[in-house]
Design a protein around this ligand. Structure first.
Ligand SMILES: [Zn+2]
Length: 448
């Protein structure tokens, strides 16, 4: 495809500049040129025009931590503490989920995400079927994903088999839209020996399949205050200095680790995350809803830790709205530290774009709008009362814009959303089907 995207404003996230009345030229799946619109109009006269003259064009948003299939459980259990929520509500219902439920839950998540400007989902869930799974659902919608299969101590053999199938079938699949990751659930559900095995497996898979893109590790870490104590009790290990320090001591923590939450971090934890160049996925909405706490994001950023943003699942949020996430990530740090200069708009957008790409080891292809990178970009309309007037497009994206303001979405050079309409799958059909499998899931739970 040869495309001329006419941008009212363009923010590339390569630096703090923004451009007015510019054009982004897309050839095939790549960004071929970036230049003033007036020049582009004659130079690329025969290219198809995607009109975003009433929009702020920016890189696609990267949701660095979610469980896509759990969109099927949106609103199923609210207002509970994490442990009770998981063990009494979520896990029993998930035990009844079939491959078809996982597929439609993930499809629903991908549809919601792309309509709200998210072009990459880093998702951790159960991989149980080669055809009906998160990878097949999300790539059908036309966005990128990093798919994991969540690992627990109590089902090692099953996990290792699933991982092998997942990496062989799906890593680098669908024109490179799909990548896979190795996902130990958390230090309190995965014993130290198994954590080491999964570390080793990540390295082995990278040497075998790394040419199709780096395979990362995705784990929940330091989400609640009692987590360290639970790890000590469960596995008789010493985590006095912190959970990231513990992961480092057993050789798991490296630059390919994406640690979700990191709310309860010691100073040593933050120091070791920076030293190992590991990444944090900050999930402000989920952390507040489950009353887990507020992560020390500005402190981690100050110490040089790479922090990206996630929504967590639609079950603890209850949307996958990355605009809400950017705004809250910024406001929380200001309010908590009584310091309005912390996490300014540009930094919040960086976290939702290039920092996410760095965490996924995908920054050579995505995360900014630059010549030679893959064309993943979104156009956010400013023809709205709440977006008028404009002094600074960065400010508007974080503090004023809403996910429903996303007008066009391009992924890998392909127009996936045009004029707020999804071109790849039938949204009404996805809604209808998701409601139907939800009803069947609930009736299976009642039968048991
Ligand atoms: Zn999670």
């Amino acid at each position: 495809m040869e495309l001329l995207i006419r941008c009212g404003y363009l923010i590339t996230m390569k630096d703090r500049r923004y451009f007015k009345d510019y054009a982004v030229i897309v050839e095939g799946d790549e960004i071929a040129d970036i230049l003033p619109y007036e020049e582009a109009r004659s130079k690329y006269a025969r290219y198809e025009v995607l009109d975003a003259s009433d929009c702020i064009v920016m890189p696609g948003l990267i949701n660095l931590h979610t469980h896509a299939a759990m969109s099927l459980l949106r609103g199923y259990a609210d207002d509970l503490p994490l442990h009770e929520w998981l063990t009494k509500w979520i896990w029993p219902l998930e035990a009844k989920m079939r491959a078809e439920d996982i597929y439609y839950g993930a499809l629903l998540a991908a549809v919601e995400s792309v309509l709200g400007g998210t072009t990459v989902l880093n998702t951790m869930y159960h991989y149980t079927d080669p055809d009906y799974n998160e990878a097949s659902a999300i790539s059908k919608v036309g966005i990128r994903c990093v798919i994991g299969h969540v690992c627990f101590s109590w089902r090692k053999d099953e996990d290792l088999k699933a991982l092998d199938d997942l990496v062989k079938r799906w890593h680098g699949a669908v024109n490179g839209l799909v990548r896979i990751s190795i996902d130990p659930h958390a230090p309190y559900t995965v014993d130290p020996e198994y954590l080491k095995t999964l570390r080793q497996l990540t390295d082995e898979y990278n040497s075998k399949y790394g040419d199709k893109g780096k395979i990362t590790m995705h784990i929940h870490l330091a989400e609640t205050r009692d987590e360290a104590e639970r790890v000590e009790r469960e596995f008789k290990v010493n985590v006095e200095k912190g959970l990231a320090v513990y992961l480092d001591q057993i050789g798991v923590l490296r630059d390919d680790v994406v640690a979700a939450h990191c709310v309860w971090m010691t100073d040593e934890d933050i120091e070791v995350m920076a030293r190992r160049r590991a990444s944090v996925a900050h999930n402000p909405v989920s952390n507040l809803k489950l009353a887990s706490g507020i992560a020390p994001v500005s402190k981690m950023l100050m110490k040089g830790v790479n922090v990206g943003l996630g929504t967590d699942s639609a079950c603890s949020n209850n949307t996958l709205d990355m605009f809400e996430t950017m705004k809250l990530a910024s406001l929380l740090q200001k309010g908590m530290n009584l310091e309005p200069t912390l996490v300014p708009a540009f930094k919040a957008i960086e976290m939702a774009t290039i920092n996410g790409a760095k965490a996924l080891k995908w920054e050579d292809e995505i995360g900014t709008i630059e010549i030679g990178k893959k064309a993943d970009l979104i156009a956010v309309t400013f023809r709205r009362p709440h977006m008028t007037p404009i002094y600074d497009p960065f400010s508007h994206i974080v503090y004023a814009a809403r996910s429903l303001d996303v007008k066009h979405v391009v992924v890998n050079g392909r127009i996936v959303v045009r004029d707020h309409e999804l071109l790849t799958v039938d949204v009404d059909e996805v809604i209808r089907k998701a409601s139907k499998v939800r009803d069947e899931l609930l009736s299976r739970l009642k039968e048991a």
